[in-house]
Ligand binder design. Structure first.
Ligand SMILES: Nc1ncnc2c1ncn2[C@@H]1O[C@H](COP(=O)(O)OP(=O)(O)O)[C@@H](O)[C@H]1O
Ligand SMILES: [Mg+2]
Length: 230
């Protein structure tokens, strides 16, 4: 991580990002001047108290939410210079995102949920690849199950498989082991770091787990919407 533009181009550049939301009761400043860069293959943990702005920051890095000021460059491309369709297309190609709330499609089985990004990418081996990835997260016996009959931990693993399966350039995950027991959490963590080693995937993980944060090269602490200096 670095705070300047010097050196090799960043895979993720978060440039002076601010986020405020307003309603009838006033304005809430959620993020204030978040600024950092990550190079390809780097791993970073985002840590901080509940309500500090971690999920908001991750959504903005993914281009799922828009900053009030500042921008994010993904592999040199200014995400917010694109219109929504172009941003969605870029995200589909390069970003895997694991939501804190999973966001699985209720009307699709586990297998179909994981096949979806592959089908959107035109992959002919969607079924085979999705099935193999569900096997790797320990859900080989749950392919035909719908989200509502899966436990929280199982849904989280489907969400992880859906994000991993396209082998994205960047993997963003919001508390990816939050609903998992220790052993399953370890398996999923291994899988993320394997992607990082084997494919050079840049990892940005929001986590409360010190073991995960400790395995990342960088630890970014957010305090009341700002990066706290270590
Ligand atoms: N769309 C929104 N409207 C109003 N307040 C929001 C919105 N999104 C997030 N917040 C508030 O911003 C703060 C940061 O939220 P969040 O990014 O989810 O924090 P964290 O993930 O660190 O727990 C919280 O106080 C939350 O209630
Ligand atoms: Mg959160």
């Amino acid at each position: 991580m670095s705070d300047s533009n010097a050196g090799s181009p960043a895979i993720i550049a978060v440039e002076h990002v601010y986020k405020s939301v307003s309603d009838s009761t006033g304005t809430l400043d959620i993020l204030r001047d978040i600024d950092f860069r990550l190079q390809a293959r780097e791993t970073a943990a985002i840590v901080g108290a509940s309500g500090s702005g971690k999920s908001t920051l991750l959504s903005i890095i993914a281009g799922l939410d828009t900053p009030t000021r500042g921008t994010v460059r993904l592999n040199g491309q200014d995400l917010f210079a694109l219109d929504e369709d172009a941003r969605a297309a870029l995200r589909a190609q390069q970003v895997g995102f694991v939501f804190q709330s999973f966001q699985l499609m209720a009307n699709l089985s586990a297998l179909e949920n994981v096949m979806l990004p592959l089908e959107l990418a035109g992959r002919r081996d969607a079924r085979q690849a999705a099935s193999a990835m569900l096997g790797r997260v320990g859900l080989g016996q749950r392919l035909g199950h719908y989200p509502k009959v899966l436990s929280g931990g199982e849904q989280q693993r489907v969400a992880l498989a859906r994000a991993f399966v396209v082998e994205p350039l960047v993997l963003l995950a919001d508390e990816p082991t939050g609903s998992l027991d220790f052993a399953t959490g370890e398996t999923v963590m291994e899988l993320m770091f394997e992607l990082n080693r084997e494919r050079g995937t840049t990892l940005v993980l929001v986590t409360h787990d010190r073991a995960i944060a400790g395995r990342c090269e960088h630890c970014i602490t957010i305090e009341a919407g700002q990066v706290a200096l270590a």
